[in-house]
Design a protein around this ligand. Structure first.
Ligand code: NOJ
Ligand code: CA
Length: 711
């Protein structure tokens, strides 16, 4: 009943004024279009701005204050009065050039509050709230004004005061790297300083008990919340400082020792949006497009030069130690050090590239990534001075660039460029224009970039304002040259792919490669069932699925992938990216001279979707997603589980009526187990319609994948 009253209020009024109990100023309330989410804004008796968020009438975020500290000038904190307000109802649709779905609805109620100090300085700041059915976003706008020009922000203090001790899934608030294992604890037990979970990643800085975002929680009533930011542009990334005792979070911006603060700006400017996703169903967090809706529309026009695709790569073989990036074969990725020349040989040689091209073209894979093709790899690790090391135009002598390009073209395979910057962005900025021209001249439309190591110059961090601006510049320059970017060690995704759809995918999580390096660093079976509800809320992931040699036989036999084979197939559907790597070595997809029967799913699965539906899932436990391929209308379903075996019931009512589909089911065999028996699988073919249901058993660490092709 309470729910209905709120819906009605929301529908008819959506925005109205209340008399505050805290001061004699009026509070403002804005509802989501369906009335379920209610955001209130007000000023306390000192004129300090605060907001609250309710969901179905229950307080989710209690009075949370907002303030800014600056270098050399007084904080913006108290003594505000409201000088004006604006309200708006927004409801529109836009098209994704590629994505999880083709059309997105942007539906929200907006409230803009104009604040000014009642003191002599009379400084101004505006706060804009957009309340959607699936959450709340708000940002700060600093208008041009006499008493606030250039500022160095030393702290943004946006509070998120929770009301109960929720279940929380988090990684440490790292200024550089998001490649940590997730922790599942109560909010009150978050301890990011001692639970870093990143053995051997040298390039991290974690100054506070803070978490990186997206940060996902579940209340005792089963409401899901996730905190993040949208449109991180010319500002520094936000981590969330945790006060475990008071169940409270406060924005903690990434700093810069060179700057002596967090972000340097001149009015007028606006901050990124602070976002709170709210939903009952865990799966609705994944289906939400709120973060994209808080970004500006496409600014770069047509991006059809980029085709969503699957790709193979001279890549995994370096990570498992079969070959190396450098010419002499003397580097070891497991220890991240220079070793004895191991004579394993250089991976990126002409003959090897042709072998991958042959495999791709015979198996319907459209792309090939070649890492280690260019000079510089002999000096990229363990040196402080990585400036000027890489050359993005000069191939190693055993890699006949022109011959490989010509061969790929003849076989209908597109080469994906690789630029490892070794976290020396100034070197990259000097070369990128020419490097992009060189790519285009050779028919290459996308590049995987990388930023391994500590940022040069010292004192800057991957997620600070200086690097935010670097990653932005790369997107803009690449867009001018019609090039798409897949960044590793990236800036976190904040939905900018809407504005710059040449931002196709990125890493920014603990990827498959960790499984190759060592046992301790491997991803446990619950990794991706957590990632789907945390990192994936921010955008596409270049996770690089598809390992068939699960135990790394013949290579690092002490390491392994901690999933079953069927789980690897399911990742092509569950973990979204418009480019999906088929990451294992070609020979591992073969049994004798025949392709492995499970490979058929990888060959068939789509990469660009008309629509996506999360069928089932619980954070950290399991998730099942169905996606409809854009051009063919075929459906693909993937499901994964953590270390627990589960039975998944799939109701196919999402299929179109009066159509019969041939469903090919790739699943765990009866004895499958991620550790004891990861290769046990079964394949089954059945006919299905929209009234069918299926019951599928997932093994511990297992999963399933289904292709549904209309009969
Ligand atoms: C780290 C990236 O994540 C990985 O994919 C790449 O192979 C290495 N850097 C070398 O660039
Ligand atoms: Ca990485």
């Amino acid at each position: 009943m309470r729910n209905n009253i709120h819906s009605l209020l929301g529908f008819f009024m959506s925005i109205f004024l209340l008399i505050s109990c805290q001061s004699n100023q009026k509070n403002m309330v804005v509802f989501s279009p369906d009335g379920n989410i209610e955001t209130e804004f007000g000023l306390n008796k000192n004129g300090g701005p605060f907001y609250t968020v309710k969901y179905n009438g229950d307080v989710l975020i209690d009075s949370s204050f907002i303030s800014f500290d600056f270098k050399d000038i007084p904080s913006l904190k108290d003594n505000f009065k409201i000088s004006n307000i604006n309200t708006k109802k927004n409801d529109s649709e836009w098209k994704m050039p590629w994505g999880e779905q083709s059309t997105v609805r942007d539906h929200n109620n907006e409230l803009k509050i104009f604040l000014e100090e009642s003191t002599e300085l009379n400084r101004k700041i505006n706060i804009i709230f957009k309340v959607f059915n699936d959450g709340v976003g708000f940002r700060y706008e600093f208008p041009e004004q006499d008493n606030l020009g250039e500022v160095l922000i030393t702290d943004e203090n946006t509070e998120f005061n929770l009301t109960e001790d929720h279940d929380s899934w988090w990684i440490p608030g790292d200024w550089d790297i998001y490649e940590h294992l997730y922790n599942e604890t109560k909010l009150s037990e978050i301890d990011a300083i001692s639970k870093r979970n990143h053995p051997n990643l040298a390039s991290t800085y974690i100054p506070e008990n803070a978490v990186n975002t997206p940060f996902t929680m579940r209340t005792a009533d089963g409401v899901h919340l996730s905190f993040h930011e949208a449109n991180l542009t010319n500002y520094s990334g936000m981590t969330l400082k945790v006060d475990p005792e008071n169940l409270s979070l406060t924005s903690e911006l990434v700093g810069s020792e060179r700057l002596g603060g967090k972000a340097k700006l001149s009015t007028p400017f606006e901050t990124p949006w602070r976002t709170i996703q709210i939903s009952d169903r865990a799966g609705d967090l994944i289906e939400s497009k709120m973060i994209l809706n808080l970004n500006d529309p496409n600014k770069i026009g047509d991006v059809s030069y980029f085709t969503p695709m699957k790709y193979v790569g001279i890549w995994w073989e370096m990570h498992i130690g079969k070959s190396t990036w450098d010419l002499e074969g003397s580097q070891d990725m497991t220890t991240f050090t220079e070793g004895e020349a191991s004579a394993k040989g250089h991976g990126a040689n002409t003959e090897n590239a042709k072998k991958y091209i042959d495999f791709a073209s015979s198996n319907g894979i459209k792309g090939l990534l070649v890492e280690g093709w260019n000079t510089g790899w002999d000096k990229w690790i363990n040196t402080e001075d990585r400036e000027g090391v890489f050359d993005f135009m000069t191939p190693y002598p055993d890699y006949d660039f022109d011959a490989v390009v010509a061969y790929a073209k003849e076989k209908g395979v597109e080469i994906i460029m690789h630029h490892e910057t070794s976290a020396a962005p100034r070197t990259y900025e000097k070369q990128m224009h020419e490097a992009y021209d060189f790519m285009k001249k050779n028919g290459m439309n996308s590049v995987k970039t990388g930023y391994v190591g500590k940022i040069i110059p010292k004192g800057e961090y991957h997620h600070g304002q200086w690097m935010v601006n670097h990653y932005h510049k790369v997107l803009e320059e690449a867009a001018k040259k019609k090039i798409a970017i897949n960044a590793h060690e990236p800036i976190k995704a904040t939905g900018k792919r809407r504005t710059y759809p040449n931002a196709i995918s990125r890493e920014g999580l603990r990827g498959q490669e960790f499984n190759a390096w060592s046992v301790e660093r491997g991803n446990p079976p619950n990794h991706l069932p957590i990632v789907a509800f945390t990192r994936m809320l921010s955008g596409p992931i270049d996770f690089t699925p598809g390992v068939f040699n699960i135990k790394l036989d013949g290579y690092r036999e002490e390491s392994q992938i901690n999933t079953t084979l069927a789980h690897q197939l399911a990742l092509y559907v569950t973990i979204y990216s418009p480019i999906q790597m088929v990451c294992d070595l070609p020979e591992h997809y073969m049994i004798g001279d025949k392709i492995h029967p499970m490979f058929q799913f990888i060959a068939d699965v789509g990469v660009d979707w008309e629509q996506s539906k999360v069928l089932d899932g619980e954070v950290g436990e399991h998730v099942a997603i169905a996606r409809k391929e854009k051009e063919t209308g075929n459906w693909f379903v993937g499901g994964i589980t953590d270390e627990n075996a589960r039975t998944q019931i799939i109701d196919f009512s999402f299929l179109e009526e009066d159509k019969t589909y041939i469903a090919k089911i790739y699943k765990d065999g009866p004895d499958a187990h991620w550790d004891d028996n990861p290769l046990d699988y079964a394949i089954e073919e059945v006919e299905l319609t929209n009234i069918s249901t299926l019951k599928l058993n997932m093994a511990p660490g297992g999963g399933f994948a289904i292709s549904l092709i209309e009969k």
